[in-house]
Ligand binder design. Structure first.
Ligand code: ADP
Length: 965
């Protein structure tokens, strides 16, 4: 070993070290001039060049380091390095050499290699300046590493990113930890690249790794921007995005664009040519919009300079055919609104009018050609101005549409109620409010009227006396009230709480008086079955606790519903008072009836009482007259006879009166000769005229000798009465009877009757009175003139029955004139001449009669009369005897009294008629109508009233016998 200025310490190290040691020159190529055994063993033997360059060592890089790593044969060896201390020495000493065990980790050299040749930019620095950069700086940013060595990082960062990175730097540096940031970094050519950095701070250094993310960044910017563009364009139906990279002159399209081009083949070429030739270099314009009209294509292009020098065009393509369709449909929609038959208006939220159709203008009273620009123009129509704000504010607060009503004054000055429907609308970031109007004035008025009438009905329902109800009978047979007015409570004696729960019919039924219940149920069932109105009077409980009842009238009308249910609309009303009144009335009626009955009984009694003695008188006079009395006796007997006849007339009057009162009198219609009848009446009264010293004259007009149909008996009764009165109330004067034929037409004759006297006359105040029942001018008159006061009353009533009216003209002291007019049917039948019974073929010379009479006087008188006729008879004292005697004996006729002891005439006759058909004549003094009716019922063949007129009785006997044969 050469000395070469090696000191003793070095020598000691060299000789004693078991580790690798070697010495190298300090000049290139740094030859190894000494190496120990250990070095030779591990490294030296395999070395071709025994110098540091051969070992791959750049000594300068280690010049200040105490330790260096030497890689050889895939192994790392660490050495300590000692520089020569003295100026004369010119070598490096490498000692303490030993293999570095890396345990699988890359060796230092590998790491250096990795640093040097890594694709990512690796830099080391202090504070903000760089102390080391690897070679990746060149391909990434275009600089040589040396260019950036010891330069600050800041000038290379994009100024927009700088601030952010500064604060990051500050915060991370103190913490000695790992951090990440991104930044655009300036390249040597002035363009920028986008790098992602991770940085590790230690106390002194920062270690930076940067990766070029420019491509993916611009890609993401592109995507982001395209999305924005697409979003903006998405209002159009078909919007496609595209990009153009000027560097590579290449276009990229999305799927929609491909679809558009698929349809129009030339379009893509045309578009690309047009764009790249004319527009792609107009970067400074940033944004371009153009159309290719013949292809219906709209283009928006935007130059995006995401990173300087790495810009690209982005854009949207819109299929304008779609847009045009949309525009067309937009136009159509606008027209629809403008021509809508409903008033419509579209306004902006500040009230500016966007669209307003004619109908709305008309409704709001805007003149046809006037511009209507703002809703505030309507202020004059409102009661308070700016009410239109509510129109547009209301929907703004609501999600959907809202309806409300507004009052405004029309241009005709009328108040209108408008229903406004409003909905807000968001269109292309613009807000609108769509308003439609409806004139609901009429509806409102109608609703008001309806409400009023419903109130009125409700009020009516509540106010009517009694209560109203609605009752439903459903298909299951259940009956329940579906409506009850308040009044029902008071009618049924319920409290208001009770009525609220009152639904089922059974509640109502339970309140009905048990005696009235069957009637209520039966009438209800009948109403339901026949669908006829229901009406019923019944009693209901006064109230829940009381025992008392009140009378109620219920009435209802049923209605069948379509679903099969039956509904009654009805009312209940309290008729207790009416019932009380009715019962009083009933009592009064019964009293009146009783009184009338008494009157009737009285009349009957009188006639009975009168007839019995008259019977006796008449019978006796008759028999006395048959016994050849002398002249004076005969005269007296005649007077008695006249008086009796008068009395009979009177009784007959009473009978007639009663008959008319009871409505039992009928007017017969049989043919008779008018003239003959009048003459007969006159003839009958001539004696009376003579007696009263009056001149009785008949004046007949022409044409009265004719047959008419009518009741000749009643007509002669009328004339008899009037003439008798005239004769009675005239003394030594004239009584003129005039009959005139006034008209003869269509088989009918109008005949005028008049009885005129020159008698005492009738005072005006009595002229109506005299036609009333039992009325006479003065009761005292009856004593003087006789009479019952019934004659004129009967006359009036008979004429009424014949369709005529009696009239009177009279003056006191001068006389009276009674007159009437009768319309009579002219008869074309022969007048039936009554065939006299006597002279018929029947032989009446010998008859055997049975007399049933309890009264001995009557029996005596009647017996005498029968004997006078030359007939024989048997007498029995009661009905039972009559029945008995008839079992063994035969008679031609039976004269049967009615009122008899043991068995009366009715019963006896019924018994008799069961076995034999012998004619039976009733003899009765009772004038009662019922008796007449009963006589007929019991099978009598005829009747003769007591007092018996002998001639009449004989006539009747012959009549009944003739009829039987
Ligand atoms: P009476 O049976 O009592 O005659 P009328 O009914 O026939 O009853 O007559 C009623 C009254 O009318 C008579 O009582 C008489 O006062 C008056 N009267 C009727 N006819 C005449 C007459 N021709 N002249 C005067 N008074 C008459």
């Amino acid at each position: 070993m050469q000395e070469r200025g090696i000191n003793s310490t070095f020598k000691k190290i060299i000789y004693e070290s078991s580790e690798m040691v070697f010495l190298a020159d300090d000049t290139y190529p740094y030859n190894i001039f000494y190496a120990n055994e250990s070095f030779e063993e591990f490294i030296g033997e395999s070395l071709k060049e025994r110098n540091l360059v051969g070992l791959g060592l750049d000594i300068n890089a280690y010049i200040f380091k105490e330790e260096l790593i030497l890689t050889h044969g895939d192994k790392d060896y660490s050495f300590r390095l000692e520089l020569p201390q003295e100026s004369s020495s010119n070598y490096f000493l490498f000692y303490k050499g030993k293999e570095v065990k890396t345990h699988g980790l890359p060796g230092k050299r590998e790491i250096q290699q990795f640093f040097k040749n890594g694709l990512d930019l690796i830099a080391i620095g202090q504070h903000d300046f760089l102390t080391y950069l690897n070679a990746a700086v060149k391909p990434i940013l275009g600089y040589e590493p040396a260019e950036l060595m010891n330069t600050s990082l800041c000038p290379f960062l994009h100024e927009e990113d700088l601030e952010k990175i500064r604060s990051f730097w500050k915060s991370k540096r103190k913490q000695d930890e790992l951090g990440f940031f991104e930044s655009r970094v300036k390249c040597k050519d002035g363009s920028y690249k986008y790098l992602e950095f991770s940085v590790q701070f230690t106390a002194e250094y920062f270690y930076l790794i940067g990766r070029d993310k420019t491509e993916s960044y611009s890609e993401s910017v592109k995507t982001k921007r395209l999305n924005q563009l697409r979003k903006k364009g998405s209002e159009l139906a078909r919007v496609a995005t595209w990009s153009y990279d000027p560097k590579s002159s290449s276009f990229e399209y999305d799927e929609v664009a491909n679809l558009i081009f698929e349809k129009k083949v030339d379009l893509q070429i045309k578009f690309e040519n047009y764009f790249s030739e004319n527009l792609s270099n107009k970067k400074e314009e940033k944004k371009l919009e153009f159309e290719l009209p013949e292809f219906d294509l709209g283009v928006v292009a935007e130059y995006h300079d995401a990173i300087q020098g790495r810009g690209f065009w982005l854009g949207v393509l819109s299929d304008l055919s779609e847009k045009k369709n949309i525009e067309r449909s937009g136009e159509l929609l606008k027209n629809i609104i403008l021509n809508s038959p409903d008033p419509m208006l579209v306004a902006r939220p500040d009230g500016e009018i966007f669209l307003c159709n004619e109908e709305a203008k008309k409704l709001l009273g805007v003149e046809e050609n006037r511009k209507f620009e703002h809703l505030s123009e309507l202020n004059v129509l409102f009661e308070e101005s700016d009410e239109w704000k509510d129109w547009i504010d209301t929907p703004a607060n609501e999600e959907g549409s809202r309806r409300f009503s507004t009052l405004l004054i029309s241009n005709l000055g009328k108040q209108l109620t408008l229903e406004v429907a409003a909905k807000s609308l968001q269109e292309k970031e613009e807000s609108f409010v769509v308003l439609s109007f409806r004139n609901i004035s009429e509806k409102v008025t109608l609703e008001k009227t309806l409400e009023e009438s419903s109130d009125f009905l409700m009020n009516l329902t509540e106010q009517v006396p009694g209560g109203l109800y609605q009752l439903v009978l459903d298909q299951n047979g259940k009956m329940s009230f579906s409506f009850l007015s308040r009044g029902i409570a008071s009618v049924l004696g319920l409290t208001q709480t009770e009525i609220e729960k009152f639904e089922d019919i059974s509640g109502a039924i339970s309140r009905v008086h048990p005696n009235d219940l069957p009637q209520v149920i039966m009438t209800s069932v009948a109403s339901a079955r026949k669908g006829e109105p229901w009406q019923c009077q019944f009693r209901v409980k006064d109230n829940s606790d009381s025992e008392g009842y009140r009378w109620v009238l219920g009435a209802a009308r049923p209605q069948a519903l379509e679903n099969g249910d039956m509904v009654w609309y009805g009312y209940l009303t309290d008729i207790s008072q009416q019932k009380e009144f009715e019962s009083k009335l009933d009592e009064a009626r019964r009293t009146a009836e009783k009184a009338s009955q008494i009157k009737s009984d009285f009349l009957s009694m009188i006639s009975h009482e009168l007839r019995t003695p008259l019977n006796a008188i008449s019978g006796s006079v008759y028999s006395l007259l048959q016994e050849n009395p002398n002249t004076s006796q005969k005269s007296a007997l005649n007077t008695i006879n006249f008086a009796v006849e008068n009395l009979i007339i009177m009784i007959n009057d009473l009978l007639d009166f009663q008959k008319i009162e009871a409505g039992k009198l009928t007017i017969e219609k049989a043919p008779f000769n008018l003239r003959n009848l009048v003459e007969q009446v006159m003839k009958g009264l001539s004696f009376h005229a003579r007696d009263s010293k009056n001149d009785l004259q008949l004046h007949l007009s022409e044409g009265l000798d004719m047959r008419v149909n009518g009741d000749k008996t009643r007509l002669s009764q009328i004339m008899n009465n009037l003439i008798t009165n005239a004769l009675k109330f005239t003394h030594q004067g004239n009584v003129d009877v005039s009959i005139k034929l006034q008209e003869l037409k269509n088989g009918r004759a109008k005949v005028y009757f008049e009885v005129k006297d020159t008698g005492i006359g009738i005072a005006p105040e009595n002229q109506t009175k005299i036609f009333n029942d039992f009325d006479q001018v003065k009761p005292t008159f009856s004593t003087k003139y006789g009479g019952t006061g019934l004659g004129l009353s009967i006359t009036r009533k008979l004429l009424n029955l014949m369709g005529s009216t009696i009239a009177l003209e009279s003056e006191v002291g001068k006389g009276s004139r009674f007159f009437f007019e009768l319309e009579l049917e002219v008869s074309d039948q022969e007048v039936q001449v009554e065939k006299p019974v006597i002279g018929s073929t029947q032989d009446f010379s010998k008859l055997h009669l049975l007399m049933a009479e309890d009264n001995d006087v009557n029996a005596l008188v009647l017996g005498k009369i029968i004997k006078k006729w030359g007939y024989t008879f048997d007498r029995v004292g009661d009905g039972a005897q009559a029945v008995e005697i008839l079992k063994d004996n035969q008679y031609d006729c039976i004269l049967m009294d009615i009122q008899m002891p043991v068995m009366d005439g009715f019963e006896a006759t019924q018994e008799i008629k069961k076995n034999i058909d012998t004619p039976v004549i009733a003899l009765t003094a009772a004038a009662k109508l019922e008796i007449m009716e009963k006589i007929e019922e019991c099978g009598f063949d005829g009747f003769v009233a007591k007092p018996i007129d002998a001639a009449e009785l004989l006539k009747k006997i012959k009549e009944v016998i003739s009829e039987k044969n």
